[in-house]
Write a new protein. Sequence first.
Length: 760
Amino acid sequence: MTNAFELLATPTPPAEPADAERVAWEAYGIEGNARRLAGERDANFCIASAEGPFTLKIANRAEESLDVVAAALEHIARVAPDLPVPRVRRTRENGRLGSVQLGGVQHLVVMVDFLAGTPLPAGSSDRGLRRDLAGLLASLDRSLQGFFHHLSGRPLLWDLSRVGELRPLVGHLPAERRSFVELALDRFETTVTPVLPSLRWQAVHHDFNPDNLLVDSAGHLVGIIDFGDLVHGSLVADPAVAASYQCFGEDPLEVIPDFIASYHRHQPLTSEEVGLVPDLVAGRFLQSLLIGAWRAASHPDNRDYILAHTEYSWEALQRLTHHDPDQRADLVRRACGFAPVHRPRVDTDEALAHRRRRFGGVLNLSYDQPVRLARGEGVWLYDTEGHAYLDAYNNVPHVGHARPEVVTALSEQAARLTTNTRYLVDEVLDYADRLAALLPPELSVVLFTNSGSEANDLAFRMARAVTGQLGIVITDFAYHGTTIATDATSPEEHLRAGAEAWVATVPAPASPAIHHYAAAFDAAVATLAGSGHRPAAFICDSVFSSDGIFDLPPAYLREGYASIRTAGGLCIADEVQAGLGRVGERFWGFAIDGVVPDIVTLGKPIGNGHPMAAVVTTPAIAEAFAAREHFFSTFAGSPVAARVGMAVLDVLEREQLPAQAGRVGGYLRGLLGDLARRDPRIGEVRGPGLFIGVEMVERDAQPDPRMAEAVQNAMRRRRILIGRTGPGRNVLKIRPPLVFEETHADLLAETLGQVLAEIG
Ligand code: PMP
């Protein structure tokens, strides 16, 4: 049997009207004049004859299953004679099919009545007509319930159960659409593909689109044509395909529930089936986009025509994807009279009071109007009402929210084994190897922890054990964690007077820049000495995320490291924020200044949300620490974490996300720079890769925290999430997942422009 791609890749038969007239006569005894009709893969003709007009289809030479179409039409004529489908004209030998030789190749042929009427113009249906269409399709599907043909399971690319097979075509799409489409394909494969085989299957028309529906001059439906995509498929796929063509230019979430409910009234569906419809509709858009892009590439003469149609699918897919998947499924369920499956919403005020009771006053919420989240996908977050928010703030979902590869790795391993580092587990060693290979060769010992705070705490313990000294040097407004030791090195959190005597600070490379870094570090060492301490370590977040976000200036770390090492201390790069490709292809923040730290701490992004972190150091430091102290942490270094970490690195490498972070970060800084040039309220735009700070200032370049807060909240109201940082709380913090693309940057910058204009 031919494969699914071959059928669409094989050219239409080289048949001329004269060939059609010959076949009509020789095979069917019909004498008439042939006129060419349109067709995706076959040669179709209208034969005008004394017995009335006929449609003659000379099938593509790769088509071996034409009998499915003829047999289905005969079946419908028998069981539902009122349905307006063409009747099959039998051959002179009373066969359902004829055949013809063209250029030495045999082609199957079918002849049916030519139905009068004109195709329904796309996008012309009103609600009433749409409901009629749904009723008609329900009747058609009911008539096909008892139809069986041994070839109806043939491979067809337009078969909705085969959407996943289209992935190799993604490369034909414009580059800026690929990752969006990949994500949509991932979603289809995780939510639809596994479920479809357990639903009701039967013969379905599978192409109930306006081009295949004929109306008379009064607008009444008078014909259903083109049964060429009829397959054995899930019943619900049929109304889903039909609904997809009704969405063009409309809100899919208005059209789909109404269409499916109308169908359901005539041909009842189950709650599970209707809940799947929005994802099936998305699957049809994916088919149109991908098959369209592929065919446009192989038919350059017809490219504009093919691509004009796919634009509709692109637009509709985006609109559909902006709604929360659970909410949209429940919307269709509710329209059909089923109970929603997902949790009913609790009033936000009630949720806030609940939170206050249960969490005390300890935890803060972001934004003046808190965001009530239900789920995430890629760079998008969805609230409980189904609104989509562009996430330009969260760096933990490094390779995208709910990244399927990560979720799969996590759940597979959780289903197999999770344990601790007192056992030999290959996955954990493999992951440690992989992490170490990404760092300078000196840093080859990897110890896992559960959080960035614990990683920094362990780094401090190591530094103290190895140097025999106690002091820690930090930047002025640093943040390094929540343990007693790391909290003491996090002035961002408390700014309390009288820091611990073993803590000394150096300025971050603020603007106007400090120039004599060595002197600043020597001064911090002297401060420690004043209270009887020597430095065990200098720890630095390489993007200065709490100090206000700065590009690491040349020599800052080099001079700082030299000064601290002279005083006998170690140098720790806290890469919890900067690491793993966020700064671009240099991969680590510290690498920008060409230094090699003694210890590197990793966290947040390495687990894409799974709680895991790591300390990487030299064998000498590890040995010296092990000679004095012990370390074990129950959950740290579990095989689940290792598989998750591996999956993150796989995606990062396969999709070259560090390069993307560099490129998109540069692009976004460019857009923000343009805004800054036009608007004096914006000061500096700075930061490496996809870690960007936008300073809001008053006229005399003073920090303007009120403006920054107003902008942050106004952006949230327009459903774009950004943060705020810096000692003056005036720096907008933009730090999205690395799957952020230029289109997202455009949306962010455009919205920021609107917000600034609105604030006035
Ligand atoms: N270091 C830096 C630079 C951080 O930003 C953070 C978290 N914001 C931490 C350490 C602590 O990480 P965690 O919250 O995972 O303990």
